[in-house]
Design a protein around this ligand. Sequence first.
Ligand code: GN1
Ligand code: MG
Length: 335
Amino acid sequence: MEEKLQLIFDNYLLPKASWKIDSFGSGLINHTWLLSATDHPEKFIFQRINEAVFKHPEYIAENIASIGRFLQLHHPDYYFIQPLSTKNGKFLIRDNDGGYYRLIPFARGSHTIDSVTGTDLAYEAAKQFGRFSACLKDFPVDTLRITLPDFHNLGFRVQQYLQALNLADNDTLKLCRKEINELQTYAAIESTWEKIASGTTIPKRVIHHDTKISNCLFDRQHKGMAVIDLDTVMPGYYISDVGDMCRSYLCPLNEESTDYENICIRFEYFEALAEGYLSEMGAILTQNELDLFVYSGQFLIYMQALRFLGDFLRGNPYYPVQHPLHNLDRTTNIS
Ligand code: GN1
Ligand code: MG
């Protein structure tokens, strides 16, 4: 931790205080720390970008900077939280081992949640993610960098899963027979995706691609404040954002729960999500997009189940696990 603090002090101008750094948050991919001090009110988020996943961390920084400039110009009131610039005017720093890090201001008075305990929260978060895409509706989407190729390409995820299935040994396959069979029953979701991927039915927009509830900041009155975790902001289809909200907001338990008996879909939460998102995006989406609203949830939940199960079959190279069956548990949770 001392080295991390030194890295921060070397690169950023911080107010004088007794800063300390602690692990923070529930993200799976990047490592996150909270930088705080008992003798200073400001806090910061320090984050190491996972380079095994993001091969070009500088693309993330470029995207965030160009979106930041656009919002500053066209929506100056939008609360956009972006990494701080270093003493040398950079948004990313590197340590001696070549790791990429960034420092982000912690929004004062904000908090995050890991499961949705009221329809008002679903409404607020969906409105925040809707507002993000709505403010960026005229952003030149093709100028954005692809930070993770094929991230939400269902065709690619299916191929990746089938490959894992082929390579898995019998003992592993035996453990997840039920989940494999279950996923097979949803294969029809792929045909609608093929039409979407052909690029003729719905437009590409600036999409967040990780709209789970823990990526929305709430204030003390539980009103949505901002969206965070902008690594996967890329050109995409709106079904990704609505779909991941369905995955995260409609169930009373979060993705880590093994209380399978109590995993269910809450329809009133779907209504709240739709109301919140469409309060911002309703007038912008085309009829073809609106027709895919319910499909969004099927698409994303199926794709995430393929990703968790595929990772389990390959021996968990992607998602960090606390025990060997963790990714299988996540699959059972979601399917
Ligand atoms: C990952 O790192 P985190 O927790 O923000 C993943 C998402 C999944 C999510 C599941 C780059 O997000 O796609 O929905 O885990 N991000 C990446 O919780 O793979
Ligand atoms: Mg993320």
